[in-house]
Design a protein around this ligand. Sequence first.
Ligand SMILES: [Fe+2]
Length: 263
Amino acid sequence: MSETCVSVETWFAAFFAGHGVPTATDAVRMELKRFHCERVRDEALALAGNLGLSQRHRTLAAVAGLCHDVGRFPQYQRYRTFSDRQSVNHAILGVQTLNRHGALAGLPRRDRTLVRTAIVAHNRHSLPPALASGGDQEALTLARIIRDADKLDIVRVMLDHFNTPGEKDPVVFLGQPDLPGQYNPVMLETVTAGRLGSYADMTSLNDFALLLLSWINDMAFPWTRQQFFARGHVQALFAQLPEQPQLAIFKKRYFEYYAPTSF
Ligand SMILES: [Fe+2]
């Protein structure tokens, strides 16, 4: 058994089981999110352990990790998309869902607030200023853990799909077309400048790979950046991109600037 609250694990399993969908394709997409929730729980636990956090904080990391994408299930059931832009903010939907079901009832009030805060913050382009200011260190650390854990696992999911032969699932790739050799120069400019890529600037799968590479700018902990390289994610994302001079320059700079010394 993981370090997650047993009551939350039990609730999560029952909640997922209650989200039947009509087709096998729908079921694959829902399972992808269920497994992602479990992986983010495990990544968050590993990160909290690496940071030497207390048992209570490790449990909170596990609970928030498992529950961070609970909103994906009702989102998909209602709208058949994982695109927030085309439906609703799945983080807010997730917190509303947890509240309605009393899923966090086994936690003290303060811990419930910490988990909800981390979930609401997990999909924001950047951390809300009130949280980033550090007035509440516990809340800030938990939100950072979930954002880092989520990024690591989303990259795993996307690479799995990038590397699966055949047609790309438009729901997983948020409708981005596979246009070999094409990318949005605005996206390259953004990521080269060390900023986070924006979903609004995506025009193709290559832009998606660039966006994922840009996430290193928003990884809060050295452990996460180290894992991003050590697991081969950075290398695999660059392997998705076409061989073009501008992209080769970007890759060289990226490794020079971000790679841990052992790479
Ligand atoms: Fe999410």
